[in-house]
Design a protein around this ligand. Structure first.
Ligand code: ADP
Ligand code: MG
Length: 353
């Protein structure tokens, strides 16, 4: 047995539940088991916390039928994971938590809040950075304040859709078609749509409203999709740049996870100075949002003007075998094992500091 216990939390109530499971399997397989016993906790789509007995059970989905409840105690200083089966309770010491959850209740500061209450070290961004970065509306406000170019947008609240005509004319006054419509707290492109005309705009607004109360209608940016990984604490550094070649009209959920034609390229050919500009912007955005540990910062490179346009930030980016975040660091000589260890070390540095 190793000396320390790391708890990997996965699944969750968000629409990115399945992606989280794939990411978690990769993270788990790259934890140094000479140092850590890996304790796996899965959160079902309904929000139940369960002990996951093996990586195989993550892959075949059978962990959801498990009978052992696994709960992190919020009590300060207990550092305790309670395993409950019937009236039997086992208490395990928790040294560090690795949240591998994407989207709602995992990437948005809520789980991070529980870990702050419990004073348990954890990987990745804290409450403020997670909450702001998850919410595209608030991210825009902060990124605006440091003068980085973003898509123009019109903000819409779900309650305004009762007066759809007024919303449509407000959008049409500010932006030409096509426009992009997205829930403020989107993830994995769920609820994101492109609208070429008024009818499509209405349908896209109604779809986005199913995912969130705040909706963004954005200027359509025509250009390349580029991503940059950031890693570290106060002196966090950006990786090289990666490019997404989506096998669809845009980078939809299908294109991301189910279409083998979608490709990612590390260190693509870019116009002079653009890779440096993206890396600089990624580090500045990471800092402005008070990020810590890791984040992936996504941009467009506009086709007509070559402008770098910030799109969004992900504080718990995909970590599957083919995800951009680990790939960008592999290209910089940091393999997945070293990357996972670095992220855990950073969690300890923040806690001890
Ligand atoms: N303003 C925009 N102009 C052009 N394409 C966009 C725009 N916003 C989003 N997209 C496309 O939609 C995809 C998903 O949107 P994104 O903002 O990244 O949300 P998510 O958090 O779901 O990944 C992007 O990868 C891109 O392909
Ligand atoms: Mg995205």
């Amino acid at each position: 047995m190793a000396e320390k216990n790391i708890v990997v939390v996965m699944g969750g109530r968000s629409s990115e539940h399945e992606v989280s499971l794939m990411s978690a399997a990769t993270v788990i397989e790259n934890i140094n088991t000479d140092i850590y016993n890996v304790i796996m906790v899965g959160i079902t789509k309904e929000g139940q916390w369960k002990l996951v007995e093996s990586v195989d059970k993550i892959r075949d989905g059978s962990w959801v039928k498990g009978h052992t409840q696994a709960m992190i105690s919020p009590e300060t200083g207990r550092n305790e994971l309670c395993l409950i089966q019937g009236d039997k309770v086992e208490r395990l010491h928790v040294d560090v938590v690795f949240p591998v959850l994407h989207g709602m209740n995992g990437e948005d500061g809520t789980l991070q809040g529980l870990l702050e209450l419990a004073q348990i070290p954890y990987v990745g961004c804290g409450v403020l950075a997670s909450a702001c970065s998850m919410d595209k509306f608030y991210t825009k406000i902060i990124v605006d304040s440091i003068g980085i170019r973003q898509a123009k947008f019109v903000g819409v609240h779900r309650s305004e859709l009762k007066e759809m005509d007024a919303v449509v004319s407000r959008v049409e006054k500010s932006l030409p078609y096509p426009v992009f419509v997205k829930p403020s707290k989107a993830g994995s492109s769920q609820g994101v749509g492109k609208a070429e005309c008024r009818e499509e705009l209405i349908a896209a607004l109604e779809l986005a409203a199913k995912h969130d109360t705040k909706i963004l209608v954005e200027e359509n940016i025509v250009g390349r999709e580029l991503e940059c990984a950031v890693l570290g604490g106060a002196d966090a550094k950006a990786s090289g740049v990666g490019e997404i070649l989506a096998a669809d009209t845009f980078y939809t959920y299908e294109a991301k996870y189910n279409n083998a034609e979608s490709k990612t390229v590390v260190d693509p050919e870019l116009p002079e100075g653009k890779a440096e500009e993206i890396r600089r912007d990624a580090e500045a955005i990471f800092k402005a949002l008070d990020c810590y540990g890791l984040s992936r910062v996504d941009f467009f490179l506009k086709e007509d003007t070559n402008e770098v346009v910030f799109n969004e930030i992900n504080t718990l980016p995909g970590f599957t075998a083919i995800s951009m975040y680990p790939m960008l660091w592999e290209a910089r000589g940091l393999d997945k094992k070293a990357l996972v260890q670095k992220l855990i070390d950073l969690a300890m540095v923040r806690y001890e500091g």
